[in-house]
Design a protein around this ligand. Structure first.
Ligand SMILES: *Cc1c(COP(=O)(O)O)cnc(C)c1O
Length: 421
């Protein structure tokens, strides 16, 4: 067993897992299976990969790409260095978020789902939460609005229909409630789908006229529709994407959104808006269970500082999303020129991904070659994740950091050197 385990050292697995693989293979009556089992396990270990899919926020690849590595050694997570006293771990991120969105207060939990759960569990336990039937959605990964509501202890009150909901529908639902109830209006952004045709929905500004707190689950986390962190005008793919600052101006009491979608930061869930409501959320014991650690907070702080200093080009998502298509084509042509046929350059349409800006495409360029070579390309160090379209493998360089072009080239060279498979 030990000899088999030692022969698997090149898989990079720690010894005890190599022993487990050896044992499983021997139990199955075929020692030769050990390598296969060990390689399967090694393939599940997290390591850097190159996202050449053209989907900028790819959920299987960790959504927004980070520059990486803010946190080493100890960090003043809950030590206020100005006073030497115990501090609040979310302070810096809250201040930055308030400045960037105009919110009175803000806090952070582990993801967007946790943010909405905390808001509902804090503000509406046992209380009616009024939601349009057009917004009772599944976001993905099993996140369904009616189920989150039920888990929070709030009581769902559905209004309108799938395609049409009017302000009067909400007003009527409110009118039917007992006077002692403390209702909430919840608006959920249609992140990953569109309802088109004979449709009608109610804006945040209209909902805010009803005199009840309005919570808006924005999803993707665009901070400000004016994108002041970019040198250019707001990109076209943002059309229809609600932004935190403008939603609060329209009268939302709270907005919730993810850290790793359009915000371009680490996985996190942000809550911003009224000081009273945010403070109630932070005081809920559930907050203690949902709070992020220092790794996440330092990455998020770095992302928000880049926004505050208008260095949007230093946030990988914004850099990738706004690079002119011509520049991407030049990078692809340089690589294709060195490799030669069967690698060529083709036009590609990149997507934002992660359920943000559905249907919006960004013009891009890809390296392409006939056939499906996805497996061959991930069998490389670092693995390169490509996509297949109309019988060709496409490596879209919009989702690849320019610093990784060399690795893309070497993965293709390696693939071609192995000949037809
Ligand atoms: C993505 C999304 C969520 C869930 O956010 P996570 O960070 O993935 O937990 C919730 N609501 C909306 C509208 C979303 O788009």
């Amino acid at each position: 067993m030990d000899a088999i385990a030692r022969s698997l050292a090149d898989t990079g697995l720690p010894h005890p897992l190599r022993v487990s693989a050896a044992r499983a293979a021997v139990c199955a009556g075929d020692a030769a299976l050990a390598r296969q089992i060990a390689e399967k396990t090694a393939g599940q270990f997290l390591r850097p990969v190159i996202n050449a899919t053209g989907t900028l926020l790819h959920t299987n690849l960790g959504r927004a790409q980070l520059e990486g590595g803010a946190c080493r050694g100890a960090v003043n997570l809950e030590l206020d260095l100005a006073t030497g006293r115990r501090g609040l771990r979310t302070s810096s991120v809250s201040k930055l978020l308030c400045s960037l969105t105009g919110a009175e207060a803000a806090t952070v939990v582990n993801n967007g789902a946790a943010a909405l759960l905390l808001v509902l569990a804090t503000l509406a336990p046992g209380q009616p939460v009024i939601v349009s039937r057009g917004e009772l959605v599944e976001i993905g990964g099993g996140f369904r609005i009616p189920e989150v509501l039920a888990t929070s202890g709030a009581r769902l009150v559905e209004v309108g229909t799938t395609n049409k909901t009017r302000l009067a529908d909400y007003a009527e639902a409110l009118g039917g409630l007992a006077p002692e109830t403390r209702p909430l209006l919840l608006k959920v952004h249609q992140s990953n789908y569109r309802i088109v045709g004979f449709t009608q929905s109610v804006t945040t500004a209209e909902l805010a006229t009803l005199g009840v707190p309005v919570v808006v689950d924005l999803g993707s986390g665009l901070l400000d529709a004016g994108t002041p962190w970019l040198r250019s005008a707001p990109p076209r793919f943002l059309a229809g994407e609600p932004a935190a600052r403008q939603t609060l101006v329209q009268g939302a009491a709270l907005v919730t959104f993810s850290g790793d979608k359009l915000l371009g930061g680490p996985q996190a869930g942000l809550i911003a808006g009224s000081a009273d409501l945010v403070s109630r959320c932070s005081r809920n014991p559930l907050f203690r269970a949902l709070r992020p650690g220092g790794l996440v907070l330092s990455e998020l702080q770095a992302t928000l500082v880049a926004y505050a200093e208008r260095r949007g080009h230093e946030i990988p998502f914004w850099q990738m999303a706004t690079t002119p298509a011509g520049e991407i084509r030049e990078r692809a042509e340089a690589i294709a020129g060195r490799l030669g046929p069967p690698v060529s350059v083709c036009g590609s349409l990149a997507a934002v991904g992660a359920g943000s800006s559905p249907g919006m495409e960004i013009e891009s360029a890809a390296l392409c070659l006939p056939g499906d070579h996805r497996i061959g390309l991930i069998d490389h160090e670092p693995p390169v994740v490509a996509r297949v379209q109309e019988g060709r493998t496409l490596l879209d360089l919009r989702s690849v950091s320019p610093g990784d072009d060399g690795a893309v080239e070497s993965a293709l060279k390696h693939l071609l050197s192995r000949g037809p498979t």
